[in-house]
Design a protein around this ligand. Structure first.
Ligand SMILES: Nc1ncnc2c1ncn2[C@@H]1O[C@H](COP(=O)(O)OP(=O)(O)OP(=O)(O)O)[C@@H](O)[C@H]1O
Ligand SMILES: [Mg+2]
Length: 448
């Protein structure tokens, strides 16, 4: 369940907000001052912080700074007085996720909370790591091979600098994980980390997405909008799939990086920016430069510190530690107890080439954890491309496998629904779209 921390010196406001949020099914913790809030922020399992700006003693801005520093994956929503736009803007610049003005509108608050939760889920998934005692950030980038150790050394050394970094590697090797770790390891932690997925933006929108536009700049520009560069001000801009940036934008990007200033599309005012650039690509940029698809001057401007993450098949020994790590993670997530990866599965892992790299390994293990019913992981639930054609014949046949999979899924869905509703069978049945009687029968059948 999502846990929300509400911080306000007014007990009244806290009660109103926690009633509202609890009615929506959130779990709420309340603190009345900066000091009281710290323990909760240090604690586990926090999805969102909502804090009042003005409090006796240390303010909501102080709390924002603390929270962004210690728990950068947790979005903070600031409550400000109506009309105090400067304060709201200052909060956003310091990394607040959103602000709500008093008097608080229920829908507006709930809407902000639900957007913030999506954000925090994404962040949590991708940033796993911890802060050392000296305050430095260690990323959970798992692996024992020299290649991985070298990457971790580089992150430690380069993270705290302002250097531009170009991360290369196939899909699923952990480029984004490393990009976020570099951001968290440096002085810009607590400031925005803004990702631009260059391949996902239609070519004619890349410029306005990056640099923003002024009202009337083109048909449909009914109001002005800041681009990703402006939003990332003070923080880090992550240019993902940078190899996909169209040639005419490459020119502008290079100029902007050199001048640290630009104009919005259709604008005349020069905007100065302070962003650190981290770029990533699964393309071979060097050959794109050779073939003229990618500008060489931009390539050199980005490739100040290169980090190459080799594919998993070239560092198969990492599979051992990684699969243990994912096994622990997903066992905890789904409330199971699996002590280890059985040998037959580990053998299959080693015989496989992993085109989807670590992401594929992660998904396969989550699936094994979800599907297996006995005390150990069952190789029957390995995808066919991993178990190999022979082992399919060894199994009980396709029909049985499919039957087993759907039963396992059904059982898991029932357990999830019961968990979500606090074991309330009527509500769980509603959630599953079946009658209460059917649910009773299945609970018995599966021995839940
Ligand atoms: N060494 C690792 N240790 C733990 N988790 C890892 C490691 N490498 C990758 N992952 C996990 O694998 C998944 C994919 O990683 P990520 O999104 O960073 O890959 P990517 O290189 O950006 O992929 P793409 O090119 O497809 O965008 C994430 O869930 C990430 O946490
Ligand atoms: Mg990525």
């Amino acid at each position: 369940m999502d846990r929300i921390l509400v911080v306000d010196d007014s007990r009244n406001v806290c009660t109103v907000l926690s009633d509202l949020l609890e009615r929506e099914g959130y779990q709420v913790q309340v603190a009345h001052s900066y000091d009281q809030a710290l323990d909760y922020i240090e604690g586990d399992d926090l999805s969102v912080v909502i804090t009042d700006l003005k409090m006796p003693g240390r303010s909501g801005m102080d709390l924002l700074a603390y929270s962004r520093n210690r728990r950068p994956e947790v979005p903070v929503i600031m409550i400000t007085a109506f009309g105090n736009i400067e304060a709201a803007v200052a909060a956003m610049k310091s990394g607040a996720f959103d602000f709500i003005t008093k008097p608080i509108d229920d829908d507006e608050l709930l809407n902000a909370v639900s957007r913030a939760i999506t954000e925090s889920e994404v962040n949590r998934e991708i940033v796993s790591g911890f802060f050392e005692e000296d305050g430095s950030f260690s990323v959970d980038f798992i692996g024992t091979t020299p290649a991985v150790q070298e990457i971790l050394q580089t992150v430690k050394k380069i993270g705290p600098t302002e250097s531009t970094v170009l991360i290369t590697g196939e899909t699923g090797v952990g480029k984004e994980l490393i990009a976020r770790a570099l951001h968290l390891a440096g002085g810009r932690r607590g400031r925005p980390f803004v990702k631009v997925h260059c391949a996902a933006i239609p070519e004619n929108l890349v410029e306005s997405e990056l640099f923003g536009y002024e009202k009337g700049a083109f048909t449909g520009a009914v109001s002005s909008k800041p681009g990703r560069f402006e939003i990332a001000h003070g923080g880090t801009l992550f240019l993902d799939e940078v190899g996909e940036i169209p040639p005419h934008i490459q020119v502008k990007l290079l100029t902007v990086l050199q001048d640290t200033a630009f104009e919005r599309v259709g604008g005349v005012k020069t905007i100065n920016i302070d962003v650190r650039i981290i770029a990533a690509t699964n393309k071979d940029l060097r050959s794109a430069v050779a073939s003229g698809e990618f500008r060489s001057d931009l390539y050199y401007r980005l490739n100040v510190v290169p980090i190459h993450i080799p594919p998993l098949r070239d560092r198969k020994d990492d599979i051992i530690q990684q699969s243990e790590y994912f096994l622990m993670k997903f066992s905890a997530k789904h409330g199971r107890k699996y002590p280890e990866i059985p040998t037959d599965i580990m053998t299959a892992f080693f015989n496989y080439d992993w085109p989807g790299n670590v992401r594929e390994l992660e998904n396969v293990i989550e699936r094994l954890v979800l599907m297996s019913e006995g005390p150990t992981l069952e190789s029957t639930f390995l995808p066919q491309e991993i178990s190999g054609p022979e082992s399919v014949q060894e199994t009980a046949g396709l029909r049985d496998v499919v039957g087993g999979v759907s039963r396992a899924t059904e059982r898991q869905m029932i357990m999830d629904a019961l968990g979500k509703t606090g074991q309330n069978r009527t509500r769980a049945a509603d959630l599953l779209g079946i009658s209460r009687r059917t649910l009773q029968k299945k609970i018995k059948e599966y021995g839940l």
